[in-house]
Design a binder for this molecule. Structure first.
Ligand SMILES: [Zn+2]
Length: 241
């Protein structure tokens, strides 16, 4: 199992770790702050160096309990090496801003249009989420949602990370009227959930990375939307700056 430093602290940009395994195109570390692709959020990028050789990490993925840091080119580091690891912070920080924005957008649409989030894809540049049931979404609705979401973000709400026993997390979210359908689908072997709370506006179980306050997100702009079948609508959005 690779210890995931980012579960508790989303702001670790650099850390020291030992190389514990080397594969064809990846490196496994004793612990990591690189976010492995999952839960709709893209994997982290960055570098791993022993001071002489620097590997470029192009993506990070989970393989059972370990995290694979995918390397472009030959892997010139061996098992047992003490390495200095740096995240591509621009990439990661934008992912964090997008992810917190998506939670607020999802909650806004749930509260105002009674729709639930059925999928997402968080990545720098442009992110997207799928909502159901949401057949139509015209320009007027788009602008209304944009203004509404940006008003929430402008309230400078603190974002907190908490770990709760499975049952407590589900009860807590249920009581507050937040979405729990995904939680019921998580294997029973998972005994603890990580709950992300955004001020008094939203709470959700999520393993992703988030900013500390909604002021770091700034504002969003809603782009194109499209019907993806079965009453689902995909909404694309970007960050204003
Ligand atoms: Zn999330």
């Amino acid at each position: 199992m690779t210890e995931l430093l980012h579960m508790k602290d989303n702001y670790i940009r650099e850390f020291e770790a030992k190389v514990v395994a080397v594969g064809d195109c990846y490196v496994v570390l004793s612990h990591t702050a690189f976010y492995p692709e999952g839960g709709g959020q893209s994997g982290d990028r960055g570098t791993i160096s022993d001071g002489t050789t620097t590997l470029t990490i192009v993506n990070t993925k989970k393989d059972s309990g370990t995290v694979q840091h995918l390397v472009s080119g030959p892997i010139a580091l061996s098992v047992g090496t003490d390495a200095h690891c740096s995240l591509d912070w621009n990439w990661r920080y934008e992912s964090m801003r997008f992810h917190t924005a998506q939670h607020v957008l999802s909650r806004y649409l749930q509260l105002n249009y009674g729709v639930i989030t059925v999928g997402n894809m968080i990545k720098p540049g442009e992110s997207r989420a799928d909502y159901s049931p949401l057949e139509s979404f015209d320009e007027e609705m788009k602008r209304k949602v944009e203004v509404g979401v940006n008003e929430i973000l402008a309230k400078n709400l603190d974002v907190s990370i908490e770990f709760m026993p499975r049952k407590d997390a589900i009860d807590y979210l249920n009581k507050k009227g937040y979405q729990t359908r995904y939680l019921e689908m998580v294997p029973k072997s998972v005994k603890e959930f990580r709950v992300i709370t955004i001020g008094d506006y939203d709470a959700a179980s999520c393993a992703g990375t988030h900013v500390k306050n909604t002021q770091e997100v700034g504002a969003i702009k809603i782009g194109k939307t499209k019907n993806v079948g079965a009453g689902k609508r995909r909404i694309y959005f970007s960050l204003v700056n």
